[in-house]
Design a protein around this ligand. Structure first.
Ligand code: SF4
Length: 213
């Protein structure tokens, strides 16, 4: 995921595959912020897939919404049709003539060319590597073997990744829990990502009684 800097963000050319939305409640000293990481929801009925004229975004057997860079012609219909606005158009050419500079690019990820759509892939390179390793060694994958980059780097351990068909997996357990909800379910896009409702102790100074009386 490239960082493009302030100038490009001002021109609406940000490339974040995961953004962190903020929502506020209360006013003045009682204001509280909640954060909601937002990335491709890997919808089962993905509206981005139905509008691509060259089938550059399709569903995988793993349930992922895949983006095939070398087939994409950059119409951006998919980005317009994504209700979560998680797709980015790549305005830049990242490979450099200087080979040394290219070493800064993640070797596990395909370097995209200018003019294609990008988005969170749920670290598909890690998934494929783990599957290939399991096939090589004959040791079946177990829950927790595959960790996405965001999951690995989150200090608050806020992200869990796993197989929802495996009822014993940590992700499936959380998705069944009472705090679980999905976003924009009324659109029937069937997102694969589940969020957990934020539970907080209400600070005393924010209580309605104190302000209302
Ligand atoms: S979140 Fe957007 S980009 Fe991802 S599958 Fe759904 S519609 Fe497509």
């Amino acid at each position: 995921m490239p960082c493009v800097g302030k100038d490009e963000v001002r021109r609406h050319r940000e490339m974040t595959w995961m953004r962190v939305d903020r929502y506020f409640t209360g006013e003045g000293d009682d204001t509280q912020a909640v954060h909601q990481p937002m990335m491709c929801q890997h919808c089962a009925n993905a509206p981005c897939e139905t509008v691509c004229p060259v089938l550059a975004t399709v569903h995988s057997t793993d349930g992922l919404n895949q983006q095939i860079y070398n087939r994409c012609v950059g119409t951006r219909y998919c980005a317009n049709n994504c209700p979560y606005k998680t797709r980015r158009f790549n305005w830049f050419d990242y490979p450099r003539a200087d080979e040394l500079q290219n070493l800064a690019l993640n070797p596990d990820v395909t370097v995209r060319s200018r003019g294609v759509m990008e988005k969170c892939s749920m670290c598909v390179q890690r998934i494929q590597e783990a599957k290939a390793e399991a096939a090589r060694t004959g040791v079946p994958l177990v829950d927790g073997d595959i960790r996405t980059a965001c999951q690995q780097s989150c200090p608050a351990d806020a992200i869990t990744f796993g197989d929802l068909h495996d009822t014993e997996s940590a992700a499936a357990g959380l998705a069944r829990g009472p705090r679980a909800y999905s976003i924009l379910t009324e659109l029937n896009v069937d997102p694969g990502v589940t969020y957990l409702a934020d539970v907080r102790n209400r600070p005393q100074h924010a209580s309605g009684e104190r302000h209302g009386q």
